[in-house]
Write a new protein. Structure first.
Length: 231
C-alpha cells in the first residue's frame, strides 16, 4: 500500500504505459527485445523519480544509460553513444552525491528546486544554439544519419543534466526538446533499418519521457516558486 501511495495516479499511468507499449510492440512486430524493454522501464522509472525530486532516480538512471549506450552503438548514433557512455554514466554518480548535499530539511530523499534568472536564460539559449550547430556540422562530417537531431539530443541533454544536478527547473524545457528530437530520430531508425522492434520500443519510451517532462516542468516550477517564497 505504501508503494501504491508513493506514485501519483499520473505517475502510475506513465509506468503502466511503457509496460503496455512494450507488449504492444511485441504483438505488432512479433519480436521481443529484452534489453530495450529493461532500458525503457528503467528509464521511465528514472524520469518519474526525477520529477518527484527523489534521489533514487540515479540507480535506475545508471541501468538505463548503460543499456541505451549499447543500443545507440548498434544504430550508429554516435552523439548518443558519447553522451550516454562518457557523460551520463559518470553523471549518475556525481548527481547522486550532489543531490545528497541539497536534500531538503525534514526529508532524506527530496531536493529543493530553483529557477534561473532572465539573463541566465538568455545566455543558456545562445549557448545551446551554438553547441547544436557546431555539433551538427561535426556529426555530419562523420556520416551520422541524423546529424543535427543527434546534436540537439546530445548537447541539450548535457546542459539539461547539469541543470538537473544543480536542481534548476529550466532543465525541463530542454528535456522536452530532447524528447521530441529523439522520438523523431528513433522513428527514422525504425523506418530505415527494416522496422526493428527495439527501435520502436525505444521511440515509445521517449514518448513517455515527453509526457513526464511536461509533468516535471509543472511540478518543479511550483516547487521553485514555493522555495523562493520561503527563503
Amino acid at each position: 500500500m505504501k508503494l501504491l501511495r508513493f506514485f501519483s495516479p499520473y505517475e502510475w499511468f506513465l509506468l503502466s504505459s511503457i509496460i503496455i507499449l512494450n507488449f504492444v510492440v511485441f504483438f505488432i512486430t512479433g519480436q521481443w527485445d529484452a534489453l530495450s524493454a529493461i532500458a525503457t522501464i528503467s528509464g521511465v522509472l528514472c524520469v518519474v523519480l526525477v520529477a518527484k525530486g527523489h534521489i533514487s532516480n540515479y540507480l535506475f538512471g545508471l541501468i538505463q544509460v548503460s543499456l541505451y549506450t549499447y543500443l545507440s552503438w548498434g544504430v550508429g548514433y554516435w552523439g548518443e553513444v558519447a553522451l550516454n557512455g562518457l557523460y551520463y554514466v559518470p553523471m549518475q554518480f556525481i548527481g547522486f552525491f550532489m543531490w545528497r548535499k541539497r536534500i531538503r530539511e525534514g526529508s532524506k530523499t527530496r531536493v529543493k528546486a530553483k529557477n534561473l534568472t532572465r539573463q541566465q536564460r538568455i545566455w543558456l539559449f545562445v549557448a545551446c544554439v551554438i553547441l547544436i550547430t557546431a555539433g551538427g556540422l561535426l556529426l555530419k562530417y562523420y556520416n551520422d544519419p541524423a546529424p543535427f537531431l543527434d546534436s540537439t539530443t546530445t548537447f541539450l541533454s548535457i546542459v539539461a543534466m547539469y541543470l538537473m544536478v544543480k536542481t534548476y527547473s529550466e532543465q525541463w524545457y530542454l528535456w522536452i526538446t530532447v524528447n521530441v528530437a529523439t522520438i523523431i530520430m528513433w522513428g527514422m531508425a525504425f523506418i530505415r533499418d527494416g522496422q526493428e522492434a527495439g527501435h520502436l520500443i525505444i521511440a515509445s519510451m521517449w514518448c513517455v519521457y515527453l509526457l513526464n517532462s511536461i509533468h516535471g516542468l509543472i511540478i518543479w516550477k511550483k516547487a521553485a516558486k514555493t522555495s523562493s517564497l520561503t527563503n
